[in-house]
Design a protein around this ligand. Structure first.
Ligand code: GLN
Length: 231
């Protein structure tokens, strides 16, 4: 018999708001696909955790500095990150799209000349945008969270933004007055991450729990709870 007090305890960081993966529910409690996956995995693997929401950039930096054990934040597995993080098995597919104000005439990257693009610090989308900035001749402005970034485009301070496709689709479906104008690029997958070489037991537990909840249908149930499977 293993008593609750002997269960390993971890600190986990997440993004302040990245629906449908993490966001505050009506009572202020964090909900979303990442949150439910983590809870289900912790239960299966018998560990407990303290969740700390912060900006995505702080979340990844806190793990690298060793202040936090792991991060689950719709974090894309990339080669650059794999140099400093160990990732779990992937759990969701993504890609980067450009979104603009619903009323905007911007349709493609070449329309961005002289325009301002809103980016979220430390994200793959920001990295992607910086890589094409010279070619398309746009200016950039940075935000710490997706909501504020979308709002800057909505009110017209910024002309466009780059964001993960499933997240932008969900936001638009839930009333954010932007539209997606490009096909997804840089297809990738989300993974749970720890600092490279650290927290091996936590990473192993995450992978083991993920396999179990995929096998028993819990994973699909969680995804369906937030995303209409037929959509
Ligand atoms: N998937 C993107 C990345 O990993 C954005 C994550 C986020 O904003 N929470 O960079």
């Amino acid at each position: 018999q293993v008593s609750a007090t002997t269960e390993p305890h971890y600190t986990i960081a997440t993004d302040t708001t990245f629906p449908p993966f993490e966001f505050q529910g009506k009572n202020g409690k964090y909900v979303g696909i990442d949150m439910d996956l983590l809870a289900a995995i912790a239960k299966k693997e018998h560990f407990t955790y303290k969740l700390t929401p912060m900006s995505f950039n702080s979340a990844t930096q806190s793990v690298l500095s060793g202040q936090i054990d792991g991060v689950i934040a719709g974090m894309t597995i990339t080669d650059e990150r794999e140099a400093v993080f160990d990732f779990s098995k992937s759990y969701y597919k993504t890609g980067i799209i450009m979104a603009v104000n619903k009323a905007s005439k911007i349709k493609k990257l070449t329309d961005l000349k002289g325009k301002t693009v809103a980016l979220k610090t430390g994200t793959g989308s920001a990295e992607y945008a910086r890589g094409i900035q010279k070619k398309y001749g746009f200016k950039v402005t940075y935000f710490n969270d997706s909501n504020t970034m979308y709002n800057d485009v909505k009110v017209g301070n910024s002309d466009a933004t780059f964001e993960d496709m499933p997240v932008m689709q969900y936001a638009i479906k839930n009333g954010v007055a932007l539209k997606i104008v490009t096909k997804p690029t840089l297809a990738g997958y989300y993974g749970f991450a720890v600092k490279k070489g650290q927290n091996k037991a936590l990473l192993q537990a995450f992978n083991s729990g993920l396999a179990k909840i995929k096998a028993d249908g819990t994973y699909q149930k969680i995804v369906n709870k937030y995303l209409d499977a037929s959509a």
